[in-house]
Design a protein around this ligand. Structure first.
Ligand SMILES: *[C@@H]1O[C@H](CO)[C@@H](O)[C@H](O)[C@H]1NC(C)=O
Ligand SMILES: *[C@@H]1O[C@H](CO)[C@@H](O)[C@H](O)[C@H]1NC(C)=O
Ligand SMILES: *[C@@H]1O[C@H](CO)[C@@H](O)[C@H](O)[C@H]1NC(C)=O
Ligand SMILES: *[C@@H]1O[C@H](CO)[C@@H](O)[C@H](O)[C@H]1NC(C)=O
Ligand SMILES: *[C@@H]1O[C@H](CO)[C@@H](O)[C@H](O)[C@H]1NC(C)=O
Ligand SMILES: *[C@@H]1O[C@H](CO)[C@@H](O)[C@H](O)[C@H]1NC(C)=O
Length: 304
């Protein structure tokens, strides 16, 4: 009996010790998990977006020492963030980015600015391979924020990259307002003879509600810009030409002191210039001769 009691007693002690050690280990594990969880969360949420921004900014500066007038990516981040952090994601107007745009002065050569609409992939394949022309996305700010999404919330200190308003959900969303302000500035600093790459496969290549039509055309400064040339990229099968009525809208939106030109450029010529760097840039946007079938079609239409 007493023997039984003793064994029972030592068993019980051992069990208590076991439970105690177990509880301590559990407490440590939970503590570690909480600390790690919070750390990982902090690293992942606002910081990883900041790292992406600063990383892209530094990559750009390494590769384009000549194109940018500013080189402090940490300050760019801070001034950028001030435009939208703590604000409702539908209440960030383009003017919020004024300090950022003002901080980064581009030094672009006259005659090199290239605008675009609905030709995003082709135009960037071209400018990535050719240095004669420069789009907004080839400048420091355009490159850094291209393809990114960001927003904050009223009273928040954080940046979110998901659940942000889509482009057209509300007018004053952080991403759209950034591109409007950056585009307006890119157009306002343009000088000399500038061009725009438009899509000849579309029924109406010029849209007065696009960023190009609504923001860039209106911000060209006629005291600095001599001419605007439409480079209408066309495939053999395309029916749209420089005669398309949508270009009348472009001409009426354009300051009359800026000379308007339009040139149909074969897609194959532009593609050739992307793959064959021996072709001089001046040959890349020459006027194409329309296929005979198309000429006949047009002639037939006119004679009807
Ligand atoms: C930068 O500009 C200088 C002079 O303006 C020029 O000599 C140099 O080749 C340019 N560098 C690059 C990478 O374009
Ligand atoms: C023109 O627009 C069509 C339809 O959106 C698209 O498939 C095509 O790739 C565009 N062409 C160019 C040169 O970007
Ligand atoms: C932001 O929050 C404050 C206080 O909660 C509120 O007064 C204000 O109306 C909010 N603003 C927007 C744009 O929701
Ligand atoms: C723009 O083109 C016109 C006519 O071709 C030319 O006279 C003018 O010098 C050009 N401007 C610049 C800045 O190169
Ligand atoms: C030309 O422009 C008008 C309106 O701007 C459009 O309705 C028409 O379909 C366009 N395209 C062609 C191929 O005629
Ligand atoms: C066009 O140029 C003329 C002469 O320089 C100037 O008087 C006029 O105000 C300009 N028009 C516009 C719309 O900028």
């Amino acid at each position: 009996m007493s023997f039984e009691d003793v064994t029972n007693d030592s068993h019980r002690k051992r069990r208590y010790r076991f439970i105690f050690v177990g509880a301590v280990v559990l407490a440590i594990v939970i503590g570690l998990a909480v600390v790690l969880g919070v750390t990982v969360k902090n690293l992942k949420k606002p910081d990883s977006f900041k790292n992406v921004v600063i990383g892209k900014c530094e990559t750009y500066l390494k590769e384009n020492t000549n194109l940018s007038g500013y080189s402090d990516c940490e300050t760019i981040w801070q001034v950028f963030e001030q435009a939208y952090v703590g604000r409702d994601p539908c209440d960030v107007p383009p003017e919020a980015y004024y300090p950022l745009i003002n901080l980064v002065k581009n030094q672009l050569a006259c005659n090199t600015m290239l605008f675009w609409s609905k030709t995003k992939t082709l135009v960037h394949e071209f400018t990535e391979n050719r240095e004669c022309l420069v789009t907004l996305e080839d400048t420091l700010l355009g490159f850094t924020f291209n393809e990114l999404t960001w927003c904050s919330k009223n009273q928040s200190k954080e940046t979110f990259t998901t659940d942000c308003p889509l482009w057209s959900y509300c007018v004053n969303n952080p991403v759209r307002s950034f591109w409007i302000k950056a585009s307006a500035n890119f157009a306002a600093i343009a000088c000399g003879n500038v061009s725009t790459m438009l899509n000849g496969s579309l029924e109406s290549p010029f849209s007065s509600t696009s960023i190009f039509g609504d923001v860039e055309v209106r911000n060209l400064d006629s005291t600095k810009v001599h001419s605007l040339t439409v480079l209408l990229v066309t495939k053999d099968t395309d029916m749209t030409t420089c005669e398309n009525a949508s270009f009348k809208d472009l001409q009426s939106a354009l300051n009359p002191n800026i000379t308007y030109n339009c040139r149909e450029v074969p897609l194959t010529t532009v593609q050739g210039c992307i793959s064959n760097l021996d072709i001089p840039c001046s040959d890349c946007f020459k006027k194409g001769s329309r296929r005979s079938g198309l000429v006949w079609n047009t002639a037939a239409k006119h004679s009807l």
